[in-house]
Design a protein around this ligand. Structure first.
Ligand code: FAD
Length: 347
């Protein structure tokens, strides 16, 4: 079998890259062994503002301009509802925070995303006497639904091998690579935290950050916006809400923990005063990087081996952006921005 690309990993990074390949009529096959859950469990929020500091997310406009059309296109092609537009309300803890919000909403880059009006809290189940600031252009991608539908699409077209990619079996030639009976011009590794097993790219400074989320049932909560107040509370409908997430750098097991459950329950109780029941808990390992920029680029020696990783805490928005950058780098020789190029770690 001859293809243009082998893609290893079909999380948000892999899907975003495959979408570049489909848009440009490149042939490809994908390997995925479902060993990582980061995309499967993700809350799926997209939000152009860092809500701790009221600053814009890096390249937020460029990212949204690519991401939202990609998800809209997939929604149509996969015949699956994926993009739930929903406002994000940031709870204010003080008058000072309200003032900081006003100042930020006046700034040119942020004025498109921060509503200058303070939203009053009228929900008796929430304690928020200083009200909320509304973030605009936000929403939630149902990443699990996207992954399931995308994998079905790949399987139906014989493009997905649901098996581990064995690095030892890769044969690298000057202009191509060989893996079993597959010959490809290029290989793109998009394995998330799995890259730590990849002998070609495990030198990269990926910092795995485990995250856990709860799903709660709270019939009296009745909110129809995403609430951000320390944790995120994301309404799913039917009185169900996703709550999260935790950050843990030592325990990198795939399992859910009681510690995370208790931490999140405590945070919910601080935020809402109604009854709730935990109905689900999930865990995943985020592929984060110390300098908070993705890991994109070519292997320093083998020029047909590439990496697409380090999507961190915002894979929904940044995935499509970096996938396009990598595609243009490989196919159009467009240089990568220094900030995302893995070459920044070579010197
Ligand atoms: C709890 C939690 C909440 C989050 N919430 C959000 C959110 O609200 N919004 C947001 O934008 N981001 C969120 N994120 C971050 C987001 O999930 C990540 O940025 C994103 O999932 C990273 O995608 P990825 O494709 O790089 O990695 P992954 O999703 O880990 O995908 C890698 C894939 O590669 C496969 N793989 C690895 N090694 C091999 C191998 N050798 N052979 C075959 N297959 C292999 C794995 O099975 C996996 O399917 C959250 C993450 C967590 C953990």
């Amino acid at each position: 079998m001859q293809v243009d690309y082998i893609v290893v990993g079909i999380g948000l990074a892999g899907i975003s890259f495959c979408e570049q390949l489909r848009a440009n009529n490149r042939t490809f096959v994908v390997f995925d062994n479902a060993s990582q859950q980061s995309s499967t469990v993700a809350g799926g929020l997209y939000n152009p503002v860092v809500l701790k500091r009221f600053t814009p997310v890096w390249k937020c406009k460029e990212q949204l301009d690519l991401a939202l059309p990609m998800y809209a296109k997939l929604e149509t092609e996969l015949n699956e509802k994926l993009d739930y537009k929903i406002p994000v309300y940031r709870k204010f803890a003080s008058l000072e925070e309200q003032n900081d919000w006003f100042t930020a909403s006046d700034k040119p880059i942020l004025s498109d995303y921060l509503s200058p009006k303070i939203v009053k809290n009228e929900n008796p189940s929430i304690d928020a006497s200083f009200g909320f600031g509304e973030v605009l252009e936000t929403g939630r991608i149902d990443v699990k639904a996207l992954l399931d539908a995308y994998k079905s699409y790949l399987l139906n077209n014989n493009l997905l091998f649901e098996s581990v990619f064995n690095y030892d079996d890769l044969k690298i030639e000057t202009d191509s690579i060989q893996y079993g009976n597959i010959q490809a011009k290029h290989i793109v590794f998009a394995e998330g935290f799995g890259v730590k097993q990849n002998p070609f790219f495990n030198h990269l400074p990926l910092v795995p950050a485990k995250g856990e989320l709860l799903t709660i049932h709270a019939p009296n909560l009745k909110i129809d916006y995403v609430l951000k107040a320390g944790v995120f509370l994301i309404p799913l409908g039917d009185d169900l809400y996703i709550v999260g997430a935790t950050y843990e750098w030592k325990d990198l097991s795939a399992e859910v923990t009681n510690i995370a459950k208790e931490e999140l329950e405590t945070k919910i109780r601080k935020l809402v005063n109604c009854e709730f029941e935990v109905v689900n808990q999930v865990a995943g390992i985020r592929p984060t990087v110390k300098d908070r920029r993705p890991l994109v680029g070519a292997h320093p020696i083998y020029k047909n081996l590439f990496v697409l990783n380090g999507l961190g805490t915002r894979g929904v928005m940044i995935g499509p952006y970096v996938a396009q950058k990598l595609y243009n780098f490989i196919e159009k020789s467009e240089p990568l921005e220094k900030e995302i190029d893995i070459a920044r770690f070579s010197g």
